[in-house]
Design a protein around this ligand. Structure first.
Ligand SMILES: O=C(O)C1=C[C@@H](OP(=O)(O)O)[C@@H](O)[C@H](O)C1
Ligand SMILES: C=C(OP(=O)(O)O)C(=O)O
Length: 438
């Protein structure tokens, strides 16, 4: 057995100079959320699943390693990934399941493995070890799993075995918690039903159906019968809209910008950003749209309207739907006319970092004024930012959000901990350089 905390990479810095425009055409890597789900369900299914455009981010590769430890066979050829599943019978791993930096891996996998009669220990890096896990222990314990945590946190030991269905109302807006319950429900005795306070991303629902499971929705209640078997699939992972978000926001910063994004995931439960961009004063043209395995994929073109950027208020359910895009929206808020209000987003404080605190710290370092709240920020508009030393807090979304804010600053910014971008988007700084016109 190795250490109870997995080790991060060494810190690197990245200098980002101001740009005068943002133009080009880009295909962002495969969606992180969908890659996790396909990898997990493929590992449980019977047969060989063939995935193309699998995420290049480190997090879904942590999931693939866990699937191998559970007995699945994984082969990788660039972004093509094949997973030969265990036909419903995970093996007892010989070491800990290392989830790295990935909350999705730890929480969703917990639901998938809890019905199996083994003992699993899940570990993660320093950041993941700080994140709350009680939220999945609660429903999984109600189903009969015995789960040990250390003060509500990883390392997490699951003493797996047969589970019973539950009726569950998710108290927090979390697609990871919903998924853990659905994955456990799929393998439990009886029919599990669940309702969400706020409707979160529905990739698990689509993925379960793609792998052959049946799942019903009556109003806000989802139901899944236990004892269903999964069959391998062939699928292409749509481009990650949460990665595209950085470039979409960059395109808003310059009057003559022009950005085309193709093979982009535009699942309605993930695409609220496109509405906010329109509200802010972006112009989005949908050039093509199609559906694969329940997921919407399209090509879009983005420009800025000649009137420039207005402002936006992001509150209530919208904050939950935009949770991963909020750091970059806050980071460009000073360059809008009316500013951006973000409230009802206290979940941001318990992501890879305290994203509210780090956004506030880095915006202030760049010379911005703002007001910080427990559940969000108010960032006034019409502020010119200057260069600064940016602290990513080893958080991929903070590193990338401030690289975008840097494009309109009056002088260069130095992003510390820039390597964190590789958690979801290793190509980010290369693509940024290609698209930024100087
Ligand atoms: O289900 C998913 O793939 C995710 C759900 C969200 O987390 P929560 O479920 O904690 O809100 C999100 O922040 C994360 O990046 C990915
Ligand atoms: C919160 C995130 O991911 P996870 O919860 O999987 O670590 C994220 O990608 O922003």
């Amino acid at each position: 057995m190795s250490s109870i905390i997995s080790q991060p990479n060494a810190s690197t810095t990245q200098v980002v100079r101001p740009a005068r425009s943002f133009q080009g055409s880009v295909t962002v890597p495969g969606d992180k959320s969908i890659s996790h789900r396909y990898a997990m369900l493929a590992g449980l299914a019977e047969g060989t699943t063939r995935l193309s455009n699998f995420s290049t981010g480190a997090d879904p590769h942590s999931t693939l390693s866990c699937m191998e430890a559970l007995g699945a066979k994984v082969t990788k050829d660039g972004t093509a990934v094949e997973v030969t599943g265990t036909a419903g019978a995970f093996q007892q791993p010989t070491s800990e399941l290392d989830c790295g930096n990935s909350g999705s891996t730890m929480r969703m996998l917990a639901g998938l493995i809890a019905p199996h009669p083994h003992t699993f220990t899940m570990i993660g890096d320093h950041s993941l070890t700080m994140r709350p896990m009680e939220r999945i222990r609660k429903p999984l314990s109600a189903m009969g799993a015995r789960i040990d945590l250390v003060d509500g946190h990883a390392p997490m030991t699951i003493h797996g075995g047969p589970l019973k269905a539950i009726d569950f109302d998710t108290p927090i807006p979390s697609a990871q918690v919903k998924t853990a319950v659905l994955f456990a429900g799929l393998q439990a005795e009886g029919t599990t039903s669940l309702s969400e306070a706020v409707r979160t991303r529905d990739h698990s629902e689509h993925a379960l159906k793609a792998f052959g499971a049946s799942l019903t929705r009556t109003g806000e209640r989802l139901s899944i019968a236990g004892g269903q078997k999964l069959k391998a699939i062939e699928a292409t992972v749509p481009g990650d809209i949460s990665s595209a978000a950085f470039f979409l926001c960059a395109a808003l910063l310059f009057p003559d910008s022009n950005l085309v994004l193709d093979s982009l995931g535009m699942n309605p439960t993930r695409a609220a950003l496109l509405d906010v961009i329109t509200t802010l004063g972006g112009k989005i043209k949908v050039l093509m749209v199609e559906e694969h395995n329940g997921e919407t994929i399209g090509t879009i073109q983005v420009n800025r309207s000649p009137e420039g950027l207005k402002g936006a208020e992001i509150t209530g359910a919208l904050s939950a739907q935009l949770i991963d895009e909020l750091p970059v929206l806050a980071a460009i808020a000073p360059y809008t006319r009316d500013g951006i209000v973000i409230r009802d987003a206290k979940e941001l404080r318990i992501k890879e970092s305290d994203r509210i605190a780090l956004v506030a710290k880095n915006l202030k370092a760049m010379g911005a004024e703002l007001t910080e709240f427990e559940d969000g920020l108010i960032v006034p508009g019409n502020q010119q930012l200057h260069g600064a030393e940016i602290d990513s807090g080893s958080d991929h979304r903070i590193a990338m959000a401030f690289a975008i804010a840097a494009l309109r600053a009056s002088s260069e910014n130095v992003i510390h901990g820039a390597e964190a971008a590789a958690i979801s988007f290793p190509e980010f700084f290369t693509f940024l350089e290609d698209l930024s016109k100087r």
